[in-house]
Design a protein around this ligand. Structure first.
Ligand SMILES: *Cc1c(COP(=O)(O)O)cnc(C)c1O
Length: 434
């Protein structure tokens, strides 16, 4: 098995001469799995085609953005139509409230919202609102939770950083991260203790309702409910970061159904239909603090870009209840096939955690419940499995701490291919080859 083809390898060598590390986001460089990254030429449905003409089943889905698979025709049509009318105006267009209305219809917790261009911006801005409204400076996040790369939130921030073994990032003043307190995920008692130690200083608790940046870690029963109660008892706000889970786990937000009461919500990924987007919103009284209505400043030259808005609206229009039901069946079947492939091959130290179309492939003794446990993953086993799957035509996340995403474009035949690939890949891993 030889990893990337000649053209991918050549492209990577050339890219490194002008782009830092040859990539525009670190995990793409394959540092965690070894070898040279695959460069893609195109994608259609559940399939990707690389620059060497090799085909792969896509279980990355652009890190969750491609819920409908690659180049979904309805979204591509909407993008073409919108682009022809003008790429950006820097002035209001109806496309913005049309997407906002679609989101609010299925996610009524967003009484008011604002579009930005990335999830990072969305969370950064929502934190500013929380601080602006409470007059408090600290925030609490959970170890292994990723909320974008803004300065203050790069503390024990999950996959990308853990993969690169940086405790933090260089260039972030200690004082900034000092405003961020970190609690273990799935431990309400630890959260309560942290609140008691910092009484009246915490503006908000940030949480991914289903953690998706330290492998897939579902909330344990009662955890999110307790989190909301503890935060509110201490006068802090709850920021549900649904950049991954929003409109992926169902038509709308995931956290209300999981028992969490939020004040602010962030979205991204799926709602842009594959184009760059983020959104933050929540209680109207909080969001009305944002300029031009209020004193919390936030702006963006390309925010609410009409082409992005059209893509998002077209994507949401495709996401009917029937689509989610089919996605659930497909995801369940893929999860089942991968699990049984591991069992057949006698690979015991493997666990697949699935929440909807989020799959966590974990090489370890027991599925993780928090970041410390997630870090106990057998990285070399994952790297071997990743390379074996690649040679079998399946593109998995190039990191043992990331989530694999299923899209609605998977057909039954694709599910079968994924299952057979997993059977061969586990046999190779067990054989110690690769
Ligand atoms: C991806 C992600 C972000 C950051 O979004 P970007 O668009 O990459 O800036 C924030 N929060 C969560 C939970 C994410 O998964």
């Amino acid at each position: 098995m030889n990893g990337a083809g000649a053209r991918s390898r050549a492209a990577f060598r050339r890219a490194q001469k002008s782009l830092v590390g040859g990539v525009d986001s670190p995990v793409r460089a394959f540092g965690a799995v070894g070898g040279s990254p695959i460069f893609f030429a195109r994608g259609v449905g559940a399939r990707l085609v690389d620059v060497d003409g090799r085909r792969y089943l896509d279980l990355v889905g652009s890190w969750g953005a491609n819920l409908l698979g690659n180049a979904p025709p309805a979204v591509v049509r909407a993008v073409r139509r919108a682009a022809a009318l003008g790429l950006t105006f820097g002035a209001p267009t109806a496309a913005e409230h049309e997407l906002a209305e679609r989101i609010r219809a299925r996610a009524p917790a967003l009484e008011r919202l604002r579009f930005v261009s990335s999830g990072t911006e969305a969370v950064m801005s929502a934190v500013r609102v929380a601080r602006g409204s409470t007059g408090r400076s600290k925030v609490i996040k959970f170890a292994g939770g990723y909320h974008g790369h803004s300065d203050g939130l790069l503390a024990r921030a999950g996959s990308g950083i853990a993969t690169h073994s940086l405790p933090d990032s260089a260039g972030v003043p200690a004082a900034f991260v000092g405003e961020t307190l970190v609690a273990p995920y799935n431990d309400a008692d630890a959260l309560a203790r942290l609140f008691e130690a910092h009484a009246d200083q915490v503006a908000a608790v940030l949480v991914e309702p289903v953690a998706g940046n330290m492998n897939v870690v579902p909330p344990s029963p009662g955890f999110l409910h307790d989190l909301g109660r503890i935060a509110h008892d201490h006068g802090a706000l709850v920021l549900a970061d649904e950049v991954i889970t929003g409109f992926r786990l169902g038509p709308g937000l995931a956290h209300p159904g999981l028992g969490l009461r939020s004040d602010l919500v962030t979205l991204g990924k799926v709602i842009g239909g594959g184009l760059p987007i983020g959104a933050y919103g929540g209680r109207a009284d909080l969001m009305e603090l944002v300029a031009p209505k209020g004193p919390v400043y936030q702006a963006g030259t390309l925010s609410g870009n009409p082409v992005v808005m059209a893509a998002g609206a077209a994507a949401l229009d495709e996401l009917t209840p029937a689509t989610y039901r089919r996605l659930e069946r497909t995801s369940s079947e893929i999860g089942r096939r991968i699990t049984s492939a591991a069992q057949q091959a006698g690979v015991d130290a493997f666990h697949l955690t699935r929440v909807g179309s989020m799959l966590g492939l974990f090489f370890g003794a027991a599925p993780p419940a928090n970041f410390d446990e997630a870090l106990r993953v057998d990285r070399r086993a994952y790297a071997r499995f990743f390379r074996a799957m690649l040679s079998e035509g399946v593109y998995l996340p190039p990191s043992p701490l990331e989530t694999a995403f299923v899209s609605t474009a998977f057909r039954p035949s694709d599910v079968g291919s994924a299952g057979r690939a997993a059977e061969r890949a586990f046999a190779m891993v067990r054989g110690g080859r690769g």
